[in-house]
Design a protein around this ligand. Sequence first.
Ligand code: DI6
Ligand code: FE
Length: 406
Amino acid sequence: MIPCDAMDLLLTNLSIATMAGPDYGVVDDAAIAIEGGRIAWLGPLADLPGIEATERRSLGGRWVTPALIDCHTHLVFAGDRSGEFERRLRGESYEDIARAGGGIMSTVRATRRASADELYAAALPRVLALQAEGTGTIEIKSGYGLDIDSELKMLSVARRLGEASGATIRTTLLAAHTVPPEFADDPDGYVDLICDELLPEVVAGRLADAVDAYCESIAFSTSQVARVFARATELGLPVKLHADQLSDSGGAALAAGFGALSADHLEYASADGVRSMARAGAVAVLLPGAFLTLGEKQVPPVDSLRGAGVPMAVASDCNPGTSPICSIRNAMMLAARLFRLTPEECLAGATREAARALGLDDRGTVEVGKRADLAIWEIGHPRELAYWLGTPQLAELLTDGHTTAP
Ligand code: DI6
Ligand code: FE
């Protein structure tokens, strides 16, 4: 459709990987018109209708993709777990360290002690690092508080990070991350607290956009997760799940049964779990940073997921225990090398499918009507985005049509 109003911004002399069609949805020699923070027109420059624009910019042949989306992070936390990494390198397992009071609980102790301002100051550089490499939308989970006040504190800090940075922050309540020591003898009592007190408060304060849980032998059983998910659903919040990371706990099928937005990790997901996800339209969020850091051997069933038509997202899982990687670009390269995703699947996984994993249908591709969340790159081809490791290639990040980085 040819717009008749004046545009805010007209970008010319660029190539687009729209991610809205096969082969990256490439449009060469293109132009993009932005109006009111939305994409109003795009196509070959030769087809550009006579457009009035407040600002016109030539991008000198650079590539434009949807802004990246990191759909699974735990980047609000305090403390340091590098000592645990050393212990694991010497042979101790993640589960043994967790059972001995380390692991997630180590970060919980530090996060409970930290003030909201301290948490905010520690997390802001992580948000800025993601933005600096082209990320416009970041999901942040709670889960290192594990009591009402500390979980609310984490979610409020996450909301504040969005206001300050210009990134869209989507928050997820992960109170069912591990059983806190106060409930060591009564894990179901902790699940009651989540369902009866915490979830209603979070909903009343509009502090979370979704609810997650950690379904694993060292965390919560499928029946405990089901209680949390039933309550979240009743209160109108979508769910997602840390599923089948260290063992086949039936997590993928459980998530699918609740119509989850996504099931994440999935190294040990069964064939049945994959089929249920395909039927439910749940996204598989793959987290190669955790796989690498834990020295895992079993890769997620990527061929089955692909064959069944399950959309695959890729995320950093930025957290101090299992994925000390504050980079979606690095996660993309690792997904290609370790999980054998194609570079195109990696880029789709950090844009289109990541948007879907967050339930956001207004971004993730470059199409008319979508938000003008665009990353502009110094690259020769979009496959390079899943090829270079730790190499800055971002020229500019636009969110809502405005420059957000560098
Ligand atoms: N995501 C998680 O929530 C757990 N593993 C993962 O990949 C635990 C994170 C942690 O150890 O702090
Ligand atoms: Fe995680």
